[in-house]
Design a protein around this ligand. Structure first.
Ligand code: ADP
Length: 650
């Protein structure tokens, strides 16, 4: 290194070095040639001989000029060399500079990467912590809700018992307020429980083959009375091309529809609610099923629309005061719909109404009974009379899809004119509630001309309407609104002595008399699914019972210990403790065999039935439960010879 430095300083300039070489060689030539000349001439070396040789040999002058010429050439070469070297030095300087730059950039990049990696790992940790916290929160909520449910059940159950005792008006009002508030609180807790189940990822989809329309029809059954009380028309429109059977989760779809229809009724003061359903084929295996619930209610301001599906969100604070609710329903619906592969959205105009729609993806299945032969209906002429335009449209579409031709009127007086003009039809579908002339009055007009064989009539009416005396003979049948498509078809087919091939699940109408013969009973329902709870309580309410609810087997065991129930409807599959275990525990704890326990099960195989009986249950009901079966069951165990039945299982 040191040597190199010295060399560099001495010969720092090539021009100088080469000039030195030039001078050295330039001096060497004349001196050497002079010395050689003196030596060749045998002369002694002295200054005078040098001058002599110079004088005699003019060539020497030329040789003497050599230092000058050589020095000049060398200095030119040196200068070039210098430039080259400088260029080289510049170049290597630049390379060095760039290398340094690159090295620095490299370092910076490396530290940036390290920083990013550090942030990433911190983020990951934070995300994991947040997820763990969310799960912990959801689990806490879920445990809390369960813990709250137990004392709440006692409050509700006991207040129910209290109502049944002798109370003065004031006390009765207080007790009823406790009961109603208890029920409301329980439904809030159920919402929270559901929400926390979704948040902690514990909500699972249970796929099964199902009738596509079942969730809608169950919902309409459940909420028809509520709509009726507010005098709102509840309508259902099933578009063509909707598959009859699909594979999906009935309870979850029903939960969403119940929530949307419930909201629609809640936020609508007058008008109608239309539930429609259509299907779009996506590929050979999948359909997109689109449900929508359209109301003519208060509507939602545009700037609030996107907040609705967030948890605990309501349009404004006054909503809770006026309409109640937790603001969780739509958030839960959104999650459920997403689990089913779809979306949920809303369109609304304030003061005009809202349409909530959702889609799901589902695989259709073909069931042989889905395509009955109804050719014999083709061409029959149907008279449709209804003052509601939407309902007319729905009935027309249904008739069309069954090959019936139709004439529809929104004004019953017009039908009177047609009758007078001699018009005739094969079948009449009349709405009951119409202005000017109601369904019964119109039927009376029709019967003046046509007998029931000539023109059979079907009356559409609100739930609970009972035909009296002569009215019974005027109509072939009376169907509750909203009418199930299959029920209507089945009734039409019956008129022509043929079966539609559809399995109709709608209960045959029970009369007031039937219901009155049922005894007073204290009933507990053990069922974890919130909508199933509502369906069952609604049915039992129609039969005159106010029931208590337990959300799992453990709660049921505790409830039975506290309250002297006559009858328990026990779901088989429940979280925490299932129906079989709960029944065994109840039978262990309570010696009173007069408590009747009836299983509710989706799997009604003989093996399951035996398992129910072995665990100490008295009987079983196949799900989905329906009013006539429940009615028969209560009659069987509490009206008919009950002791024989009890002995047969004990
Ligand atoms: P909840 O009804 O229990 O408060 P939801 O999540 O079901 O909770 O609904 C959230 C809010 O959305 C309601 O409080 C109401 O402000 C608004 N909303 C829902 N459905 C309708 C509707 N059909 N018409 C008007 N507003 C509605």
């Amino acid at each position: 290194m040191g040597k190199k430095l010295i060399g560099k300083t001495i010969f720092s300039s090539a021009r100088r070095t080469f000039a030195a070489y030039g001078i050295a060689f330039g001096l060497l030539f004349p001196i050497a040639s002079t010395v050689l000349d003196i030596w060749l001439k045998d002369l002694s070396f002295s200054w005078s001989h040098v001058l002599l040789v110079q004088e005699q040999q003019p060539l020497h002058w030329i040789i003497d000029l050599a230092p000058l010429v050589l020095g000049w050439i060398a200095s030119i070469i040196g200068t070039k060399q210098d430039k080259l070297q400088k260029l080289n030095e510049n170049l290597s300087g630049r390379v060095e500079l760039q290398t340094k730059d690159l090295r620095e950039q490299n370092l910076r990049l490396r530290s940036e990467i390290e920083e990013r990696q550090r942030i990433e790992s911190e983020l990951k940790q934070a995300k994991e912590a947040a997820e763990a916290a969310a799960i912990a929160k959801a689990e806490f909520l879920s445990t809390m809700s369960h813990e709250i449910r137990t004392p709440m059940n006692a409050v509700i159950g006991m207040s129910g018992l209290l109502i049944g005792t002798e109370l003065n008006e004031e006390q009765k009002e207080y007790a009823e307020t406790i009961r109603i508030s208890g029920d409301n609180l329980l439904s809030v807790i159920n919402d929270i429980l559901d929400f926390s189940k979704i948040e902690s990822g514990k909500m699972e989809v249970e796929y099964q083959e199902m009738v596509l329309l079942d969730p809608i029809e169950d919902t309409l059954d459940l909420l028809a009375t509520k709509a009726e009380e507010k005098q709102i028309e509840l309508l259902c429109d099933i578009q063509e091309g909707v598959p009859e059977y699909i594979i999906s989760d009935l309870a979850k779809i029903r939960q969403v529809i119940v929530n949307l229809v419930n909201n629609a009724i809640k936020f609508t003061a007058k008008g109608e609610i239309l539930v429609s359903i259509q299907a779009k084929k996506i590929n050979n295996k999948q359909f997109e099923i689109l449900y929508s619930v359209k109301d003519t209610g208060i509507g939602i301001p545009e700037d609030r629309l996107n907040r609705l599906f967030k948890s605990f969100s309501q349009v404004d604070a006054s909503t809770t005061r006026k309409y109640g609710g937790t603001g969780l329903g739509l958030a839960i619906s959104k999650k459920i719909v997403e689990l089913l592969g779809g979306n949920i959205w809303v369109e609304s105009v304030e003061g005009v109404g809202s349409t909530f729609s959702f889609s799901i993806l589902a695989e259709p299945t073909s069931n042989p009974s889905s395509f009955p032969n109804i050719n014999y209906l083709h061409g029959k002429r149907v008279l449709i009379v209804d003052d509601n335009a939407t309902n007319i449209k729905i009935l027309e579409k249904q008739c069309q899809s069954w090959g019936l031709s139709y004439e529809s009127y929104d004004d019953p007086l017009e039908v009177k004119h047609q009758l007078a003009a001699g018009n005739s039809w094969d079948l009449g579908i009349l709405d009951m509630q119409m202005p000017k002339l109601d369904g019964i009055e119109l039927a009376m007009e029709i019967r003046k001309i046509f007998s029931s064989r000539q023109l059979p009539l079907i009356l559409l009416s609100s739930i609970g309407y009972v035909l009296t005396g002569d009215q019974k003979h005027m109509f072939q049948t009376i169907l509750s609104k909203p009418t199930r498509q299959r029920t209507l078809l089945r009734q039409i087919c019956r008129l022509y002595q043929q079966d539609s091939g559809f399995q109709d699940r709608r209960p045959s109408q029970l009369t007031e008399q039937d219901i009155q013969q049922l005894p007073d009973l204290k009933i507990l329902l053990a069922e974890d699914n919130a909508v199933n709870q509502k369906v069952a309580s609604r049915i039992l309410q129609k039969l005159g019972y106010q029931i208590d609810i337990a959300a799992n087997g453990e709660e049921a065991v505790k409830a039975v210990e506290m309250i002297n129930y006559d009858l328990v409807f026990m779901d088989m599959q429940m979280p925490v403790m299932d129906g079989l275990e709960a029944t065994e525990k109840i039978r262990e704890n309570i010696s009173d065999r007069s408590l009747i326990i009836i299983a509710m099960t989706a799997n009604a195989s003989p093996v399951d039935r035996q398992r129910c009986l072995d665990s100490g249950m008295n009987d079983y009901l196949a799900k989905p439960i329906q009013m006539p079966q429940i009615f028969d069951m209560i009659k069987k165990w509490f009206v008919e010879d009950r002791r024989i039945n009890i002995q047969s299982v004990s």
